[in-house]
Structure formats: structure tokens, C-alpha cells
Design a protein around this ligand. Structure first.
Ligand SMILES: [Zn+2]
Length: 391
């Protein structure tokens, strides 16, 4: 009766007309074959979802591993920087120790030169005192003015030699100390060089480990791209399966209407208060299109399904008030409006038989009194119900 919501109904029915192409024979398959295909489709969907889940988990693990390796690389960076700092420090220590070693080597050479010089002097004096001693003694003796003079000269010579021997001994002690210091420095240098080699080896190990981790990350990244591609592929396959499933499922929708006459929807009440087509609207007083016929009847009068079919709408629906739409297949559907409150006796998805009571007459929505508004839709277009009712 009202027009405002009419286009919605048309859209709904058009949708059904497009997506419910008819019987399974339209696909060239028997119902059993379609049911089998639906079952297989469901299994494939489940398998795909499982595969997709596994790949998603693998991808998550991959990303976690990438993150872990990234952290390890940063840690290795720190360790390598530490090693570098230690190497620089060791390098400095080695250079200083090498300089010290060179200095002690020079000191040792000096000490040895001093010893050699002292030894030469002492040798000369001792030779003078002992080897050529008798001559010297006699020389000294006869050269002496007195015995006392001779003795004092002898004592003096002895004192000079003793002094030279003491100096030589001191020089030798010096050399021993310097040699000891040099040995100590040599040990230190060797230890430093060994430490340097160790740290260098450690740094090389860290660098090789870091390179290894970098390669691993690159491999993981490549693998992640593959996983993502795989997931995308699964999504596409799943979407295709869902479409196929819906197509097959629609094919199972039975065709209840095979072109014959529809049953009268209000048994016992045959008057038509408002016909199909353009008219002056009883409430708005405007010329408007009436999408069906109005059949007056007392509130609560049973409304019968005009044909077997599947209920696709059963709720308050704009100007039509409480409304039922039944899809009869073959592009045919019927609409029942202004049903009284609580008068809808069927639900969406329910299959009803021809003549079955589906509702009770009322005056909900835009209505002037209890009546059934009855519309017939053919392939989504309102058509004159009288052409299908035989009255
Ligand atoms: Zn009406």
C-alpha cells in the first residue's frame, strides 16, 4: 500500500531473483551431487583454514625469530665495540711497553760497556800490581826513599785495586738489575701481545657471528614474504570456495511455483477495497502507485500462503507494518502487509505449504482499517495480483 518502502522490497526481491537462480538442474547437477559438492567444499574450506592457520603461526614464529636475531645483532654490536676499545687500549700498552723494552735494552748495553771499561782498567792495574808485580815491587822498593815510603806505596796500590774491584762489582749488580727489568718487560710484552691476539680473535668471532645472524635474518625475511604470498593465495582460494558454496546452496532452493494460479490469501473474504495500480491514496489523498490489492477482513482473520515457498522476511517493515514475504522460486514472491501485532506465525527460513496459515489480519503500518495488503512480485517487479489469482 505505501510506496515509501516499496523500493526496498523491490531491491530485496531483485536480490533474491539474482542470487536464487532456481533448481540444481540449472547447474547440470542432481540434488545429491550438489549436496556432495557442498560437503566437499566445506571440507576444502576447513583444510584451507587449517593450512592458513599453520602458515600464520609459522609467520608469527618467523617474525619473533627475526626480532630475537635483531636484538642479538645489536648485542653483538655492543660486544664488538667493547672489543675494539680493549684492542685500542692494548695497542697503546704494547707500544709503551715496547718503548720501555728499547730503553732497558739501551741501558743494558750502557751497563755492559761500563763493565767492560771497568774490567779493562782493573786488569791493567792488577797486571801492574801482580803480573809485572816483582818488577814493580822492586821498582817501588828501590824507588822508595825508605821502607815506610815503600810500604805506604804498596798499601795505596792495593787500595786502588780494591776500589776498582768494588766499582766493577757495583757495575755488575747494575747490569743484573737492568737485565732483570728487561726480562720482566719482555714477559709483560709477550702477555700483552697474547692478550691482543685473543681479543682480536674474539672480535673476529663476534663479527662472523654477526654476519651469520644477518644472513639468517635475510633468509627469514625471504621466507616471511613467501608465507605472506601463501596466505594471500589461501584467502583468494577461500573466497572462491565461499562463492562457490553460496552458488551451490542457492541451487538447492526449490522452485515451488511452476507458473500456475496462486491461492486466495484470505479464505472467505473476497472483496477488494483498493486495486493494484495508480490511485488516489486514501490517507495522503495523492495520486500514487498501489503495489498490490487490499482485502478487508476482521482483525485476526487467518492469512494463507498463496503458494508453497520459503519465508524470506517476517518483521515490521515500514508502511506495510508487520510484513511477511515468501519466495516461491522461479522469480515469484508474495508480500503480506498490515498483519496485526503478534500475528506473524512464521519465521525467516521456514518453508510453508500452499494455503498454510502464516499470519492474521490487522491494521499495523499505514492503514485505515483491518485488511490484508497483498503484493505479487515477478522477478523483483510488482505485478497485478489479479493476473495470478484467477479472480
Ligand atoms: Zn494496500
Amino acid at each position: 500500500m505505501p510506496r515509501a518502502t516499496g523500493w526496498l522490497i523491490v531491491a530485496l526481491v531483485a536480490f533474491i531473483a539474482v542470487f536464487a537462480p532456481g533448481s540444481g538442474r540449472a547447474l547440470g547437477l542432481s540434488e545429491a551431487e550438489i549436496r556432495k559438492a557442498l560437503e566437499q567444499n566445506k571440507q576444502k574450506q576447513a583444510e584451507l583454514k587449517n593450512q592458513s592457520k599453520r602458515v600464520t603461526e609459522a609467520l608469527q614464529a618467523n617474525r619473533a625469530e627475526q626480532k630475537r636475531l635483531g636484538q642479538e645483532i645489536r648485542y653483538l654490536d655492543l660486544k664488538m665495540n667493547e672489543a675494539e676499545t680493549r684492542l685500542r687500549k692494548l695497542h697503546g700498552e704494547i707500544a709503551r711497553t715496547e718503548a720501555d723494552v728499547a730503553k732497558t735494552e739501551a741501558a743494558l748495553r750502557d751497563a755492559e760497556a761500563r763493565i767492560a771499561a771497568r774490567q779493562a782498567i782493573l786488569k791493567k792495574r792488577v797486571r801492574a800490581l801482580y803480573e809485572r808485580g816483582p818488577v814493580s815491587y822492586w821498582e817501588v822498593l828501590f824507588g822508595a826513599r825508605s821502607m815506610g815510603d815503600f810500604l805506604s806505596r804498596l798499601v795505596l796500590m792495593g787500595k786502588v785495586v780494591a776500589h776498582d774491584e768494588a766499582l766493577l762489582e757495583a757495575n755488575r749488580r747494575d747490569r743484573a738489575l737492568i737485565a732483570e727489568k728487561k726480562a720482566e718487560l719482555d714477559r709483560l710484552l709477550a702477555a700483552l701481545r697474547q692478550k691482543y691476539a685473543q681479543v682480536q680473535a674474539e672480535k673476529a668471532r663476534l663479527a662472523s657471528l654477526q654476519k651469520e645472524r644477518t644472513v639468517q635474518i635475510a633468509q627469514l625475511q625471504a621466507q616471511a614474504v613467501d608465507y605472506e604470498k601463501e596466505l594471500e593465495k589461501y584467502d583468494q582460494q577461500l573466497s572462491a570456495l565461499v562463492k562457490e558454496y553460496n552458488r551451490l546452496n542457492q541451487a538447492l532452493t526449490k522452485v515451488y511455483w511452476s507458473g500456475g494460479q496462486l491461492a486466495w490469501p484470505v479464505p472467505g473474504y473476497f472483496a477488494i477495497s483498493s486495486p493494484f495500480g495508480y490511485r488516489i491514496h486514501p490517507i495522503t489523498k495523492q495520486r500514487s502507485f498501489h503495489s498490490g490489492i487490499d482485502i478487508p477482513a476482521p482483525e485476526g482473520t487467518p492469512i494463507a500462503a498463496a503458494e508453497a515457498g520459503k519465508v524470506i522476511l517476517a518483521e515490521y517493515y515500514g508502511g506495510y507494518g508487520n510484513t511477511i514475504i515468501i519466495d516461491h522460486g522461479g522469480g515469484m514472491s508474495t508480500l503480506y502487509g498490515h498483519i496485526r501485532p503478534g500475528g506473524i506465525k512464521v519465521s525467516v527460513g521456514q518453508v510453508v505449504s500452499r494455503g498454510q496459515t502464516i499470519a492474521e489480519v490487522g491494521t499495523t503500518g499505514l492503514s485505515t482499517g483491518p485488511h490484508l495488503h497483498f503484493s505479487v512480485l515477478k522477478n523483483g517487479d510488482y505485478v497485478n495480483p489479479k493476473n495470478y489469482l484467477g479472480r
